[in-house]
Design a protein around this ligand. Structure first.
Ligand SMILES: *Cc1c(COP(=O)(O)O)cnc(C)c1O
Length: 428
């Protein structure tokens, strides 16, 4: 057993399995679905790059009585009585977030990464203002100005892409677009970009055109706090993140800054601008995650996540698969099926039939629709939490290859191999 796994812990003399709590529920109908999902998480190889498995402490906090408490406002300035304990919960989460990211202000209330971004937009922009973010097929997120998102509808959104052959962010294009459109806000950050982002270069361009720079590190925050990716501070004016991806906390968002004036605007934007009562159970769980992420064990875990991603990428390359940008510097990689008969959608479904969970994804200059796509995104955060090692990546690559290379072939042997791997690294 590796030291970064979430091990089952003894509690009052019995082994308390964090992933079996549904056994004691009275609503057996709903419990049955939760039990089925528990089993799915245990029996499948989870390669969705944005997912992870939280610790027992985080699960307990997220399922705690804190869900009962209304606490609109901020610690010491609430609109409800009885907030003395939740004030301590939120203050501790804030202090830990600041210390983990080395910044002066943290808002831990956003219900999700998208709402964290919306708070920044509400704090800094007016409808019709210009924004410049990464396009979705290059790896950007919906909330960076995609036409279907509120951010694309209410703001004047322009997007940059990646170089068509290197698949790296095209900084010349970023500078040209920034100078031409003079956006009020530039966004650096992505959901399916396997390479390092250069925050300093973005800030230099933002300064040239007088824009704010938002770094949305939703995917890479775990890498950032452990030194496996350059830090967005001091370059970004504001940083947002989810807490449930590589950071391995509960589902939620945060907003960070070093600027007191911006911090005030952001707090007002989160509440009362966008949200009502904060989710105190989730905030407690976030606070635990920030503490866990500051440990040596977590640093080793993220190191292993990156090693596994590189190993998986090179095993797939060796088998002849094209990868966006040719490989990875972080926790994810994107298989590129452009020019082949296989679509991302078909690949995702084929792998699902042998219990390997992935998601279809656009690739740079994708010729297929958002439904079909030409890519498949794979990530190693979840399997590394279970204990999967570099030597297992070769086996996973082989399983993927056998399935994608023979879409009508039998699946029994492959399912058995996946079963064996899952049993070798049980999810407790
Ligand atoms: C996942 C993600 C988000 C949104 O997070 P949700 O919690 O799903 O709303 C925002 N930005 C980026 C870059 C992401 O990858």
């Amino acid at each position: 057993m590796t030291q970064w796994q979430n091990t089952p812990q003894e509690h009052n003399g019995v082994m308390h399995n964090a992933y079996q709590t549904h056994h004691t529920m009275i609503d057996t109908h709903m419990a049955q679905y939760i039990a089925a999902e528990t089993k799915r998480q245990q029996d499948h190889i989870e390669l969705i790059a944005s997912e992870n498995f939280v610790s027992r402490d985080i699960l307990m906090a997220a399922g705690s009585i804190l869900t009962n408490k209304y606490a609109e406002g901020y610690p010491g300035k609430r609109y409800y009585g009885g907030c003395e304990h939740v004030d301590q919960v939120e203050q501790l989460a804030i202090e830990r977030a600041k210390s983990l990211f080395g910044c002066a202000f943290a808002n831990v209330q956003p219900h999700s990464g998208s709402q964290a971004n919306q708070a920044v937009f509400l704090a800094l922009l007016k409808p019709g203002d210009g924004i410049l973010g990464m396009s979705m097929d290059a790896g950007g997120h919906l909330t960076h100005g995609a036409p279907v998102s509120l951010t694309g509808k209410w703001f004047n959104s322009v997007s940059y892409g990646v170089n068509p052959s290197s698949h790296r962010v095209d900084m010349d294009q970023v500078r040209d677009l920034a100078k031409k459109h003079r956006p009020k806000l530039m966004i650096v950050g992505a959901s399916s970009y396997p390479r390092v982002l250069n925050f300093k270069e973005f800030r230099d361009i933002a300064d040239e055109v007088g824009a704010f720079l938002l770094a949305d590190v939703a995917h890479i925050s775990g890498l950032i706090v452990t030194g496996h990716h350059p830090h967005p501070f001091p370059y970004a004016h504001v940083v947002t993140s989810t807490t449930h991806k590589t950071l391995r906390g509960p589902r939620g968002g945060i907003v960070l800054t070093n600027d007191e004036d911006l911090a005030k605007k952001i707090n007002t934007a989160v509440f009362p601008g966008l949200q009502g009562g904060p989710l105190m159970h989730v905030i407690a769980a976030k606070g635990i995650a920030f503490q866990e992420a500051s440990t040596q064990a977590f640093s080793k875990y993220i190191g292993a996540v990156c090693d596994n991603a590189v190993a998986l990428a090179s095993a797939l390359s060796d088998l002849g698969y094209a990868l966006v940008s040719g490989g990875t510097d972080n926790h994810l990689l994107v298989m590129d099926f452009s020019g082949s008969d296989l679509s991302g959608q078909t690949a995702q479904h084929a792998l699902e039939s042998v219990r390997i969970t992935t998601n279809k994804n656009g690739v740079p200059s994708d010729q297929r629709s958002y439904v079909q796509t030409s890519g498949l995104r794979l990530g190693t955060p979840a399997i590394t939490t279970r204990g999967f090692m570099v030597s297992d990546m070769e086996i996973i690559a082989q399983c993927i290859h056998q399935r994608l290379g023979n879409l009508d072939g039998p699946v029994d042997d492959l399912v058995k191999q996946v079963e064996q791997l899952c049993q070798k690294y049980p999810l407790n």
